[in-house]
Design a protein around this ligand. Structure first.
Ligand code: ADP
Length: 477
C-alpha cells in the first residue's frame, strides 16, 4: 500500500472549472478503491462545497503567516481532504483563478505559492499527523512549486507532476519570485525562470521525478514546438521520465442504462430506444422530428482549441446536406455570436444553446447520432469517451487523447471490430468536411453503423484501469 498526497487546485464535486476537476475528483477515489492510502490537499475556496463534516486539523506558521489546515472527506467517500484555510487568499466568491471579468486574480502567484508551501509541509510530515507520503502527486501549474521546493528536503517523498493542459503555465513577473521568497538556487533558465518570468509549471517539469500527461499521444506532442509553448526542449530532454496515462470517465454519471437526465435509458441490447432521446432532443430544440436525419451534437468550450472556427467554416456547406446540428457551450463571444446567427438563419437545421447545462449535455450525448470534436489539440478530452459509451459516433481530429481513444472506421478496423468513430488528420475545414461526408456514407449503411456503435459502447474507459497505471508508476518511482 502506498501513501499518496494528491495536490490539486480543483476536484469535483468540491470545486470545478474544467476537466482537471473531473480527474482530481475521480482518480483519488479509484486509487482508494485499490486500497491505497490517499489524501488530497486543496485550497479552501469560499465556493468549495462539501457535504461531509469539516474539522480543524492544525495550524502552522509559514512565511510569517499562520495558516489553518482543516480536514474533511470527499463527498460519499473515505478519501481524506486537507483544506488549506487562509481566508485573505481563498475566502472570496467566484472562480478559483479569475474574477467576474475573466481576469486572473492579481495575487495568484502569492495564493498558489502559499498553497505549494503548505503542500510541502504536509508532504514532509510537518502538520502533526504522523503521516508521511511515499509519493506526492501534483497537478498543473498551481502545484508546480511543490516538486521544486521539495527538491531541497532530505528524505523527501517521490514526486509526480501531471500536465492536464500545457496551455496554462502559471507565468508571473520575475518580481514574484522575490515576493514568494523563492530560493535563489531555483532562479535560473534551467530552473523556474522562463524568459525572465517566474514559471510555476517549470517547477513540475524540471524537478518532479516523473512527469505524466493525460494521454500517450499528448506526451509526444508536447515535445514539439507546435504543442510545447517553448517548453518542448525541456520536455524532450526529460522524455525518459515523461509518459501518458489516459483519463477514465465517471461511469456512475455517464451510463446510458441509468442516466437520470435522458428521456429514455438504453443499453447495447436495447439500442433502438436511443431513438427516443433523439426525438426528445429534436423536440426540445424545435427541430423537425425525423428519425432518419443524422443529428450532429457538440458540447464544450467555444474556443479555438476546440476547432470551433473550423466548424463555422464548414457549416454553410453542411447546411446543403440533409443533417441537423445541436450545440451547447460557451466561450469566445465572437464564436457565440456567429453560431447564434447561423441558428437564426437555419432554424430547421441548427440549434444553439449558449451556457453550461449538465442535464442537456447528457441528453445531447444520448440523442445525437454523431458527436463533433475537431480539436486543434486535446490533452485527453472526455466527451469523445462519453459519446462512444452512448453509441454516439464521434468525429475527431487525430490529436492527443482523441487519437488514443477513438479508432477510425476503415475496412480493416471494421473487420477487426475496433472501428468506433471517424478520425481525420489535418486541422482544416476541408479535412473536417471530408470526415463529415465519410460519416454520412457510413450512417447510410445501418448494419455498418450498428457495428461501429457496438464497438464504441463496448469500450472500457473506467477509472480503475487508469488508476492501476498510476499505481504501477508510483511503484516504479
Ligand atoms: P476541457 O477540460 O478542455 O474543457 P474536456 O472534454 O476534457 O474539455 O472536459 C470538458 C467537460 O465539461 C466535459 O465533461 C463536458 O461535457 C463538460 N462541458 C463543457 N462545456 C459544457 C457545457 N456548456 N454544458 C455542460 N457541460 C459542459
Amino acid at each position: 500500500m502506498k501513501k499518496i498526497l494528491f495536490v490539486t487546485s480543483e476536484a469535483h464535486p468540491l470545486i470545478k472549472t474544467g476537466g482537471l476537476a473531473d480527474v482530481c475528483g475521480s482518480l483519488p477515489k479509484a486509487l482508494a478503491e485499490l486500497s491505497q492510502d490517499i489524501r488530497l490537499i486543496i485550497p479552501n475556496y469560499q465556493a468549495l462545497k462539501t457535504s461531509e463534516s469539516v474539522r480543524f486539523m492544525c495550524s502552522i506558521r509559514v512565511d510569517n503567516r499562520n495558516i489553518n489546515i482543516l480536514e474533511t472527506r470527499m463527498p460519499d467517500s473515505q478519501v481524506i481532504v486537507w483544506l488549506v484555510d487562509y481566508p485573505s487568499y481563498f475566502n472570496y466568491p467566484g472562480n478559483p483563478y479569475v474574477d467576474e471579468q475573466g481576469e486572473s486574480w492579481a495575487n495568484n502567484a502569492e495564493r498558489f505559492g502559499l498553497f505549494c508551501r503548505i503542500a510541502v509541509e504536509a508532504a514532509m510530515d510537518r502538520v502533526n499527523q504522523d503521516w508521511k507520503p511515499d509519493v506526492v502527486h501534483c497537478n498543473d501549474w498551481q502545484s508546480g512549486l511543490v516538486p521544486a521546493l521539495l527538491s531541497f528536503e532530505n528524505d523527501r517523498p517521490s514526486t509526480i507532476f501531471t500536465i492536464h493542459n500545457m496551455a496554462y503555465q502559471g507565468l508571473f513577473p520575475a518580481s514574484a519570485a522575490a515576493t514568494l521568497n523563492i530560493p535563489g538556487q531555483l532562479w535560473h533558465p534551467a530552473g523556474l525562470e522562463f524568459h525572465g518570468m517566474l514559471s510555476f509549471i517549470k517547477g513540475g517539469l524540471v524537478y518532479a521525478d516523473y512527469i505524466t500527461t493525460v494521454s500517450p499521444t499528448y506526451a509526444l506532442e508536447i515535445q514539439t514546438a507546435e504543442f510545447g509553448y517553448g517548453l518542448e526542449g525541456l520536455l524532450e530532454h526529460r522524455k525518459e521520465f515523461l509518459g501518458g496515462i489516459i483519463n477514465g470517465i465517471d461511469l456512475d454519471q455517464w451510463d446510458a442504462e441509468k442516466d437520470p437526465y435522458i428521456a429514455q435509458t438504453y443499453s447495447l441490447s436495447t439500442l433502438d430506444k436511443k431513438q427516443l432521446n433523439k426525438v426528445a432532443l429534436q423536440t426540445k430544440f424545435s427541430l423537425p422530428v425525423k428519425g432518419d436525419i443524422p443529428l450532429f451534437g457538440l458540447i464544450g468550450r467555444l474556443v479555438a482549441q476546440k476547432g470551433i472556427d473550423m466548424i463555422l467554416e464548414c457549416l454553410p456547406e453542411m447546411m446543403t446536406m440533409d443533417i441537423q446540428f445541436v450545440l451547447l457551450g460557451s466561450g469566445d463571444k465572437e464564436f457565440e455570436k456567429q453560431l447564434k446567427d447561423l441558428a437564426l438563419l437555419y432554424p430547421d437545421k441548427i440549434a444553439v444553446q449558449i451556457g453550461y447545462d449538465e442535464a442537456l449535455a447528457h441528453l445531447i450525448e444520448a440523442g445525437a447520432d454523431v458527436f463533433l470534436m475537431p480539436s486543434r489539440f486535446e490533452p485527453c478530452g472526455l466527451n469523445q469517451m462519453y459519446s462512444q459509451r452512448y453509441g454516439t459516433i464521434p468525429i475527431v481530429r487525430k490529436t492527443g487523447g482523441l487519437a488514443d481513444t477513438v479508432m477510425d472506421s476503415l475496412p480493416t478496423t471494421l473487420a477487426d471490430k475496433t472501428a468506433s468513430g471517424i478520425v481525420f488528420s489535418e486541422a482544416s475545414a476541408s479535412a473536417l468536411l471530408e470526415a463529415i461526408k465519410r460519416t454520412l456514407i457510413l450512417y447510410s449503411m445501418p448494419d455498418t453503423w450498428k457495428k461501429m456503435q457496438t464497438n464504441a459502447m463496448n469500450k472500457n474507459f473506467s477509472w480503475q484501469r487508469s488508476a492501476q497505471e498510476y499505481l504501477e508508476l508510483y511503484e516504479k518511482i
